[in-house]
Ligand binder design. Sequence first.
Ligand SMILES: *[C@@H]1O[C@H](CO)[C@@H](O)[C@H](O)[C@H]1NC(C)=O
Ligand SMILES: *[C@@H]1O[C@H](CO)[C@@H](O)[C@H](O)[C@H]1NC(C)=O
Ligand SMILES: *[C@@H]1O[C@H](CO)[C@@H](O)[C@H](O)[C@H]1NC(C)=O
Ligand SMILES: *[C@@H]1O[C@H](CO)[C@@H](O)[C@H](O)[C@H]1NC(C)=O
Ligand SMILES: *[C@@H]1O[C@H](CO)[C@@H](O)[C@H](O)[C@H]1NC(C)=O
Ligand SMILES: *[C@@H]1O[C@H](CO)[C@@H](O)[C@H](O)[C@H]1NC(C)=O
Ligand SMILES: *[C@@H]1O[C@H](CO)[C@@H](O)[C@H](O)[C@H]1NC(C)=O
Ligand SMILES: *[C@@H]1O[C@H](CO)[C@@H](O)[C@H](O)[C@H]1NC(C)=O
Ligand SMILES: [Cu+2]
Length: 784
Amino acid sequence: MKLTSTICSVLSTGALVSALPPIGYERRLFHEAINKRGINGSSSSCLTDAAPTTTAPKSNVWAPISAADNAAVWDLLHDPKSGLNLTHPSKAVLTDNYVWWMDALPVNKSDVLPYLDGEAPMPPKYARAILFEGGKDAPDSQEYMIGPLPVGPETSIEKLDYIYNGGNGGSVPFNARYFDGPRNKASDPLVASIMSNISDITAALFQGGVYHGSNDNRTNLVLTWGVPMSWDGTQAFRNVMLKFPGPANYLTPLDFYLLLDVTGTDASLYSMRGFVTGEKYYPTTEALRAAFVAGELAMEYDQTLDASWALVDHKPEMGVRDLEDRLAPSSLEIGGKRYRVDEENQYIEYMGWSFYMSFSRTLGIMFYDIKFKGERILYELSMQEAMAQYGGNQPKAAGTVYHDTYYQLGTEMSPLVEGFDCPWGSTFWNLSHSTNEKITTKTNSVCIFEADMNFPVSRHRYGADNAYGFDKLGTVKGSALTLRAIATVGNYDYMFDYVFHMDASFEIAVRASGYLQSSFYYPNQGKWGPRIQQATQGSLHDHIITFKGDFDIAGTKNSLQVSELKAVKQSQPWFPELGEFEQLELDVYNMKEEQQFNWAANNQAMYTIINTNSTNKWGTPRGYRIVPGKSDIHLSTLKSPFSLKNSEFAKSHLAVTQQHDNEVFANSVQNLNLPQKPQQDFSKFFDGESVDGEDLVVWFNLGMHHFTRSEDVPVTLYSEAYSSISFAPQNFFDRAQDGDILNRRWIEVDKAGNMTVQTYGVELETCAVRLSEPASHIGGTVVT
Ligand SMILES: *[C@@H]1O[C@H](CO)[C@@H](O)[C@H](O)[C@H]1NC(C)=O
Ligand SMILES: *[C@@H]1O[C@H](CO)[C@@H](O)[C@H](O)[C@H]1NC(C)=O
Ligand SMILES: *[C@@H]1O[C@H](CO)[C@@H](O)[C@H](O)[C@H]1NC(C)=O
Ligand SMILES: *[C@@H]1O[C@H](CO)[C@@H](O)[C@H](O)[C@H]1NC(C)=O
Ligand SMILES: *[C@@H]1O[C@H](CO)[C@@H](O)[C@H](O)[C@H]1NC(C)=O
Ligand SMILES: *[C@@H]1O[C@H](CO)[C@@H](O)[C@H](O)[C@H]1NC(C)=O
Ligand SMILES: *[C@@H]1O[C@H](CO)[C@@H](O)[C@H](O)[C@H]1NC(C)=O
Ligand SMILES: *[C@@H]1O[C@H](CO)[C@@H](O)[C@H](O)[C@H]1NC(C)=O
Ligand SMILES: [Cu+2]
């Protein structure tokens, strides 16, 4: 489909105006006389031009591994000489050794700084590979580091243990490892035999719904199951919930749960632990059947078989809104793109900012060496985990905690739709990850655009007693550069925005759309969310998105300054009549030790990463402030058995640690099934080290308590499911970073009433615009 729409272009009238009659001019002034004219369009325009290019000062040392390195590492691992005895994953069973996935190993900061800031050579690249080793006497998952790359005589394969603090390094017990295809396949026959045995019951309860196995053509139900699937890796369980199939199956759950023990690699030992339906537990098939025969299992509501109500397509039955057939307003870079890119190095320069992007299959897009006007602000800014934990009175909802890195969130970052997911004219970049020996490329999966903030950075009207009400007026255009990616991890579509502002502040926003994980609706279950469809309850849950910010303010030796606002008692001799009275003051101090902490009540504390030895012109330590945004929450449940020790990063608003090369990640990708014996325990980072005058990492959480609602149907709305935070210079500069911006208006009215408007040479552009439905931007997946 190729659809073309023509947008009005804008035409400047020449903005330097003087001595126009005051009456009637005001309106014109404030709108700068934008004339609209319909145009037929020209084939090229400043909008669709590629961003100007630049050359990164250094090659991107954080880049994902190349296709050639990926293939060479694959071959090395599979070489019989490696002694790993690997089977190709497509043929693997539980008792084989095979590769789960490969990625780049994060390069140590201590190795990177001499390269970035000095003449040191680029530190060598390493791959990391997680191998499932079911063939071992004690079957497990073991992670390896392979390098240096490219593969050569120096390259070795070593266990990768140093990035984990749980005690077993890169080893994860078999029972806790990712529940992949072979494990699913091994336990499916048991599910099929149990469910076949009671197919008359499920058919009676669920409009003919039966399960005879995933490959049986009589099967018309689908399975989902809760995670975690183990407490500590010594056991494995699988709590299955039945659903009606279809693209919106997240919203058509059934009230039927089958609980299995799936411990170990010998599937003949797997067993049933019982059923749950109607909030009751039946330990055996006999008990279930007896209840069915006694008529105790009737469903109060039928789940909908046709879930077309749950699709995100147009619903004509909802009617038409006046004028809604017109194209909606759009943000367009009508002056041409104002950022430069080095696509090969994934490097960007924008209005004083510069930074590198990287990408990992688990964490998605990441940023390094973020500088403003040549000074490093952050060494690293990266998402660490997207977690969700649910509540309910049944095995699935009550027992569900998601760590989306377990599901490889980065690999679910997928093509974006120009004009809708991102503004027309955005720059789109591909994202690539390893799929076994090949590289999978998701085209156009990151978009880059500068957009109008629709409010000025700053302005002031200097009042005067004339027809305009001022003799001077200054206003500075507000715009910002956004990098955006959307990861559809199962049900949810998480949108990550990294926004770089003109005033040297930057912002992170996460929004969620997509399907709720829902439950079958039982009357009187309002404690866990409302009824949102005929037989569907929106299950209450928390989302916590954890980020790492490795700040380097004027060097690596930083402190976390706390400025507490206090209401204190004071007497001032010039107000004798007040005696002691309450007034404001700041209690300013540096945090001494690593800690997890929360935003102060009423936000009465400011947290600033400062360099005590680097002061601005006014003698104040330079810093960046952590500015709370929207919905900066932590996890509500702090002692749940399902998230006891593997989710510590989610349990405070903020945390500060000393940077260490072996404390790279807040979480580990297979921590989900180890709530009670984690591979990575974030709380162990806090071991009393100083954070005063050290290299600091700030960890911070965005998220939302998802109070589900019928407006989550068909999908959750980005407008409300939204969390953000920003970071702003705090005495980092000597003044606001807006004086050098030319996109501003300075208007003066002289005593005679003559007005001049200064445009600093930035006139309204005439940018011929012809938009066409960008079929080419709805990219795809390419395997090379
Ligand atoms: C300023 O305004 C006066 C009175 O309206 C007018 O006569 C004069 O020409 C104007 N001067 C300029 C430089 O536009
Ligand atoms: C616009 O296109 C139409 C049809 O191709 C043509 O007749 C008309 O002259 C064009 N107008 C302009 C302003 O180019
Ligand atoms: C290699 O693994 C296979 C199973 O994948 C196993 O049957 C075989 O014994 C293993 N060989 C060695 C030498 O361990
Ligand atoms: C099927 O159900 C019967 C009792 O109804 C039970 O004896 C038998 O073990 C069941 N088989 C399976 C595989 O659960
Ligand atoms: C289902 O599978 C069975 C056995 O494999 C086969 O005989 C039958 O024709 C299939 N039915 C349909 C509707 O495909
Ligand atoms: C993005 O991927 C597509 C498909 O593989 C490829 O044609 C295109 O060249 C890629 N773009 C870049 C900049 O690598
Ligand atoms: C990174 O640093 C850690 C901790 O100092 C060290 O154990 C590891 O070998 C280093 N990694 C590489 C690739 O040099
Ligand atoms: C600040 O400078 C002093 C004197 O040079 C030095 O002793 C101290 O370690 C420095 N502190 C930091 C945080 O850099
Ligand atoms: Cu949610």
